[in-house]
Design a protein around this ligand. Sequence first.
Ligand code: 9YW
Length: 426
Amino acid sequence: MTTSPRDDDRLRAEAIAILRENDLGAYTIPTKGLYPFQWNWDSCLVALGLARIDEDRAFREIETLFAHQWEDGFVPHIVFHADAQSYFPGPDVWDTRRATPTSGITQPPVAGFCLRRLYETASDREAAAARTKALLPRIAAWHRWFHATRDPEATGLVAILHPWESGRDNSMDWDEALARVSPEGVGEYVRRDTSHVDAAQRPTKAEYDRYLRLVQIFRGLGWDHGALHEASPFKVVDPGFNAILIRSAEDLAALAEALDEPAIAEEAARHAAAGRAALEGLWHEGLGQYACFDRAAGALVESASIGGLLPLFALEPGHARAAVLAKRIETVCARARHPVPSHDPADPRFDRLRYWRGPLWLVANRMILDGLARHGHVDAATAIARDGLALVARRGFAEYFDPLDGRPLGGGRFSWTAAMVLEFLD
Ligand code: 9YW
């Protein structure tokens, strides 16, 4: 599918309007109603779109997120800046006891990647250098926090302790690990998500029970991050999450080098190298792609999700697996009408409507196409961007889309979809 120059102008105007309408001054909400707070990786990716409208505001988006970094280096997945009843679980459930309430789990660390792009494309070079330099130690502290608390045995790869941390909430990747989490004692609660979006497009109650049970376990430990890895019944090493951390470490190292911060550059380069070397242990020969490692069970997970395609975003140019992975992406995409499905449609568990169990997401596509371009597959990258634009031009700025017929799914007028449209229009 393609768009005309007229479509492109309309898309740009509409994307800007959506970003403005979800802008609450110092941070952007993902969409009205469904997600009324600041989400971690949404904000970083939204900053890429904001940079085209107002560079100062783009930096502010990331600065606001890092203003709520904890003393131990942790950066929360949600910052509850203001009261809102339309989302569950809210601040009372998390009970992290912060001055401005936050959640106690984190999200994919895209900040390093996004900041490098903001810095390199900024027209006000002096302001960008100053603001980037001020953020470097904060991102470095977050990465250090990951290695200390999520990789206590120094394997080079970090574990997520909650499916929400992956950003791919109900992926098949977590099915077995989550089934081992007993929902006993979770109690009664009222979900809000299914009053905004058709329940068939959202996680199930069995999943939500376990999501909440994990929050209760961590809350019971007083959100002592040093204790959670050992105590958590759910610990999964996600190749997608680690690829994002490795790529952000590479980008952090480059920024620190450019801005004369040699200690940060050296540490980040060391993290990236250790991660890349360890990533090889997640290669799944049978699936022909990377796979999750269930650290609690001690085994690779049989699940061909988009998480196992994302390492293309982090592999060094010239890496032997890059061509194999690019071919694998082509194969998975050929099984759908619109690239890139969040799970291989050939898997019997593929569900075209249900969130991260099949639908396509433009933010994931952004990273995949970056990986393709990085390894020389520029036409394939352009095709993914063009299809995404055509999809939005015809179906609107949805949260995610059915990869078989392009149907818009989840929330509407979505900030990161708008930001990705501005990215793809480049
Ligand atoms: C939830 C905000 C978030 C994203 C996640 C996505 C979804 C929130 O929305 O999770 O309550 O289920 O899975 O990646 O950051 O857009």
